[in-house]
Design a protein around this ligand. Structure first.
Ligand code: CO8
Length: 258
């Protein structure tokens, strides 16, 4: 029996995997699921034996959005007082790289959750969308911001204003996903990517994530300066010596920092 009611959690090869598991609701994101996902992810983030996270759903749905039934009767004072769904930001702020394996629907909060990941591997029949406009609301888990930064104004406005769904091929073409693979290989390809990342020098992988993520927040000059400073700081670690020695000695590196 899993100790969680909305997710299935496992660890293997330095990868912490979280599978969303509310099949009857197409993995709709409710408060309980948010708490479970984020608390496990935060624990993985602090675990020296974990080098990357893998988040996935089912064949039919990565997640079909925030749980509409849970939200329907909420009111403004309650939403504001609880800062509804703020906790997802803790997932977006993890330092450990996160890979999302997306099959089926990634809609509304589901698309926004996928966009909190660093690498998105999508099955060829995956469907992405921000249909909140059809419910009389707007994206609320970062969709208006992360989507626009990923795909630009033209595509973000199109998706957010019309609510239209896009397929995996278009999602890859516009830069929303990293790779598209056959549906039956989504999880295995995502796992391979997560294992590849988890096998790197952990501080190098974390700093690579930090540097790329900073491009969403800073000017070019601030961002390139941060990148340079992080680059310089890696020369304080044994892994820089090991990585460069291994290259010249034509062997695989054996990372010390995990
Ligand atoms: N919430 C709750 N239940 C859902 C959701 C959802 N988002 N999506 C699907 N379900 C449930 C259905 O109600 C249904 O349950 P039941 O069998 O009890 O009726 C079950 O899942 C299966 O769904 P369908 O029968 O509808 O399956 P279909 O294959 O016919 O359709 C769709 C699949 C197209 C995915 C359809 O279910 C759908 O349109 N779902 C809603 C998609 C949507 O609008 N998502 C956006 C939600 S709003 C949001 O995400 C806001 C995020 C930000 C919040 C931040 C707050 C600060």
């Amino acid at each position: 029996m899993s100790e969680y009611s909305t997710i299935v959690v496992s660890t293997d090869n330095r990868v912490g995997t979280i599978q969303l598991n509310r099949p009857k609701a197409l993995n709709a994101l409710n408060q309980e699921l948010m708490e479970e996902v984020v608390s496990v992810a935060v624990e993985f983030d602090a675990d020296p034996n974990i080098g990357s996270l893998l988040i996935t759903g089912s064949e039919k749905a990565f997640a079909a959005g925030a749980d509409i039934k849970e939200m329907a009767d909420q009111d403004y004072p309650g939403m504001y007082a609880s800062d509804w769904f703020r906790r997802w930001e803790d997932l977006a702020n993890l330092r450990t790289p996160v890979v999302a394996a997306v099959n089926g629907y990634a809609l509304g909060g589901g698309c926004e959750l996928a966009m909190m990941a660093d690498v998105i591997i999508a099955g060829e029949s995956a469907t992405f969308g921000q249909p909140e406009i059809n419910l009389g609301v707007i994206p609320g888990m970062g969709g208006s911001q992360r989507l626009t930064r990923s795909v630009g104004k033209a595509k973000a406005m199109d998706m957010v204003l019309t609510g239209r769904f896009i397929g995996a091929e278009e999602a890859e073409r516009i830069g929303l996903v990293s790779r598209v693979v056959p549906d039956d290989q989504t999880l295995s390809e995502a796992r391979k990517a997560a294992e590849l990342i988890a096998a790197k020098s952990k501080p190098a992988a974390q700093m690579a994530k930090e540097a790329v993520s900073a491009s969403f927040e800073t000017t070019l000059q601030q961002g390139t300066r941060l990148e340079r400073r992080l680059f310089h700081s890696l020369f304080s670690l044994a892994d820089q010596k090991e990585g460069m020695s291994a290259f010249t000695e034509k062997r695989d590196p054996e990372w010390k920092h995990r």
